[in-house]
Design a binder for this molecule. Structure first.
Ligand code: FKS
Ligand code: ZN
Length: 348
């Protein structure tokens, strides 16, 4: 498996996230990607290359221009509020919920920060934009390789992406790497693309970006949003809108679900992707489905991830893997690389 590694990921290094009324150390830390890189090297899974650069147009195919402009300048605006802010992460504290306006762009930076986000758990730091932009390029490079005929490629990057919507960040995500890769596959000639999201958390951003489109199918297996983050999206009755009716499949499972039931759901997702007639797949590869994950609730074991890779390979399609969640830091490397190795062995 070819890996594209975003070596700028550690420039995004949040200190704290808001959790139950307290600022707690961030779960989404650079060590996550470091462990995956080390496991890839130890297992000699294939070449590890650097991302190429891509124009902003590859990002604005998915994200709004005013959101991209906001992110690119956010850190300097944050520090301009108070020079002491250079030592603090930027965390939003106001949001325009129902009945407020979202068409007006307030001059206040904290107000704009809330306009372009949906939670207080996603600190923006001095290097967030650089890391996230390089991450988008990482996903684009992987997509370009697959368009060029490589069977599969893995975009190893953070911050993750699947919670980021057209114009908002949240859930540790700023740019939706998987959606950007899917759009690049479309632009590069794949007529129908599927995004398969296996992270523990529903990929609300990816779903929303493609919800009314018939050319990109979104399928997700995740913790039931009645009790699990991101709570407000990811229910089974969300099947797509307008032209995209029937192009969205949510398979929520209860907290505590083990591999047998999880694998059945993966099988249903893959069956739907085959019925859709996808020409390529983007996998949002989160491994927070692991039994030891500190913030999630499924019970997958390390060996199960080999089977996950085999099942995905059996779809027989060009595949871009994009790294998402997983917080049992040391095991994240083993589990993510197990998926890739299972895929490689099966696609031989
Ligand atoms: C614990 C509360 C957790 C936020 C959960 C975010 C999950 C992020 C993810 C991603 F793939 F994006 F990284 N609340 N303090 O795993 O889905
Ligand atoms: Zn997750």
């Amino acid at each position: 498996m070819l890996t594209i590694y975003n070596d700028q990921h550690a420039l995004h290094h949040g200190k704290f996230e808001m959790f139950r009324g307290e600022l707690v150390p961030c779960f989404e830390v650079p060590a996550r990607a470091d462990y995956v890189l080390r496991a890839l090297q130890e297992r000699r899974l294939g070449a590890i290359e650097s991302p190429q650069d891509f124009p902003d147009s590859a990002i604005t195919g998915v994200h709004s221009q005013r959101y991209v402009d906001f992110l690119a300048r956010a850190w300097e605006e944050w520090v301009a509020l108070d020079p002491a802010n250079a030592q603090r992460d930027a965390i939003p504290s106001y949001w325009p919920v129902r009945t407020f306006r979202s068409d007006v762009l307030p001059a206040s930076f904290p107000a704009r920060m809330g306009l372009f986000s949906y939670d207080a758990g996603s600190p923006l730091t001095s290097g967030t934009w650089t890391a996230a932009r390089a991450g988008a390029c990482c996903a684009l490079t992987a997509a370009q390789q697959v368009l060029g005929g490589t069977r599969a490629a893995f975009a190893l990057t953070r911050p993750p992406g699947h919670h980021a919507g057209m114009d908002f960040f949240g859930g540790y995500c700023f740019l939706n790497n998987a959606a950007i890769a899917a759009q690049a596959l479309r632009d590069g000639g794949a007529a129908r693309v599927a995004v398969l999201d296996v992270d523990y958390h529903h990929g609300n951003g990816t779903q929303a970006i493609f919800y009314d489109r018939a050319d990109v199918f979104f399928a997700s297996v995740h913790g039931d949003p009645h009790t699990e983050y991101p709570y407000y999206l990811g229910y089974a009755d969300e099947t797509g809108a307008d032209a995209g009716q029937g192009c969205n499949l949510n398979l929520p499972l209860p907290r505590g679900t083990g591999f047998a039931a999880w694998r059945d759901a993966l099988g249903m997702a893959l069956k739907a992707i085959a019925a859709f007639g996808a020409d390529a797949i983007v996998v949002s590869l989160g491994v927070d489905t692991f039994e030891g994950d500190p913030i999630a609730g499924f019970q997958l074991k390390s060996a199960d991830y080999l089977r996950v890779g085999e099942d995905i390979a059996a779809a027989g399609l060009p595949t871009v893997f994009v790294f998402e969640g997983g917080y049992a830091v040391a095991e994240v490397g083993i589990n993510a690389v197990n998926v890739l190795q299972g895929f490689d062995l099966k696609s031989g």
